[in-house]
Design a protein around this ligand. Structure first.
Ligand SMILES: C=CC1=C(C)c2cc3[nH]c(cc4nc(cc5[nH]c(cc1n2)c(C)c5CCC(=O)O)C(CCC(=O)O)=C4C)c(C)c3C=C
Ligand code: FE2
Ligand code: FE2
Length: 340
């Protein structure tokens, strides 16, 4: 009998196996495309002090009294347009990415996924990982560009869960990968493949990143710089001299000044200025979601065509493309080095 399976003289927790876990995390999404579910989701998301940096005493009455009484109905209608039989695209794609990483990384690692807001929650999946014997966890926020409003909130949430644990796992976090050659290459390969398959030749490729209040940039958030660097490296790597590229920021929310130029305004301005054929990619999103499938592919198309544009194509995110999965495997393996 080894020391490990002797009967212990006290109530002993199960001995863990020293396993390694990888937790892929994305933003979060409602449970269903109905106003009640969207209200619950937005209530949690928009109460995060890192997302809306207005003192809570001022913000909560605005959020509860105005935003959560009006926006959920409109947002639910938008979600309904992109919802699939398996659920919200963001959740479905993130789950598939986790399944594919489990396949690629093999049995020595347990791969799981979570949503920062809503379900499956980070504490719930960390508990499940630990119950399954993971003593080491790589926390992987799937945001290529770092922001306090996205990446940092994932680490906050995991840290809160760890605070309540007597026996914590060791934690590593995936660094931002906005300028990683593996990421830039994956984007270039996947975007080129999609451009080559179009039945028209775009004059302009718009790279649309999610926006944020400009104030966050002035307070030192690197997100804007990371987006610009991704765009610059991607343009060089794409190397399509006949194609003009522009970077824009989408999804303006609230009254504050957001990063510019805005995607919707640019689409209209370009059409009015005579651009007829356009393609749009969203390199900052690891998975297609409401912001790409509805705001860009549906609303964006309408804005461009109504302003005089003729051909419009919204390209897919990396999702579970070969290039995207190979890139994820590369950056995860690098961070797992010494653990597996
Ligand atoms: C990719 C990076 C993202 C940043 C940066 C970001 C910042 C940010 N977002 C809001 C407000 C909303 N965002 C919403 C949806 C949404 N946002 C991201 C990513 C980033 N957000 C994703 C992937 C999604 C899609 C979720 C999905 O379910 O598909 C929404 C909800 C939708 C709506 O009602 O329009 C809001 C609201 C703020 C204020 C912010 C500030 C830094
Ligand atoms: Fe957002
Ligand atoms: Fe949006």
């Amino acid at each position: 009998m080894t020391w490990q399976n002797q009967t212990l003289p006290h109530d002993h927790p199960p001995v863990r196996s020293g396993g390694v876990g990888v937790l892929l995390v994305n933003l979060g999404t409602p449970e269903a495309p109905d106003p009640g579910s969207v209200k619950r989701y937005l209530g949690e998301f928009l109460s995060d002090r890192r997302v809306v940096e207005i003192p809570q005493i001022i913000w909560q009455p605005i959020l509860r009294g105005i935003i959560l009484t009006t926006r959920p109905k409109k947002s639910a209608a938008a979600y309904a347009k992109v919802w699939t039989e398996e659920g919200s695209p963001l959740a479905v794609i993130t789950r598939r990415q986790a399944e594919a990483m489990q396949e690629r990384l093999g049995e020595s690692v347990r791969v799981d996924w979570a949503m920062r807001y809503g379900t499956p929650s980070i504490p719930n999946r960390l508990d499940a990982m630990m119950a399954a014997g993971c003593e080491r966890v790589l926390l992987a926020p799937l945001y290529p560009q770092y922001s306090g409003a996205t990446t940092a909130t994932v680490v906050d949430k995991a840290s809160d869960a760890l605070k309540a644990m007597r026996w914590q796992p060791s934690l590593r976090t995936l660094p931002p990968y906005h300028d990683d050659p593996a990421y830039i290459d994956a984007l270039a390969v996947d975007i080129s493949r999609q451009l080559d398959a179009l039945d028209f030749a775009p004059e302009l490729l718009l790279l649309s990143f999610h926006g944020m209040p400009e104030r966050m940039l002035h307070l030192g958030d690197p997100y804007h710089c990371h987006c610009r660097k991704t765009a610059r490296l991607l343009e060089a790597r794409l190397n399509r001299p006949g194609l003009r590229l522009r970077t824009t920021f989408q999804s303006r929310f609230g009254r504050a000044k957001w990063l510019e130029p805005a995607t919707d305004i640019t689409l209209e301005e370009e059409a009015r200025a005579g651009t007829r054929r356009i393609a749009i990619a969203a390199p900052g999103f690891s998975a297609d979601c409401l912001e790409t499938l509805e705001e860009l592919a549906m609303e964006g198309r309408q804005q461009f065509i109504e302003a005089g544009g003729e051909e419009f194509a919204a390209l897919s995110c990396l999702n579970t493309s070969d290039a995207g999965l190979a890139m994820l495997e590369t950056i995860l393996r690098r961070e797992l080095s010494g653990w597996i």
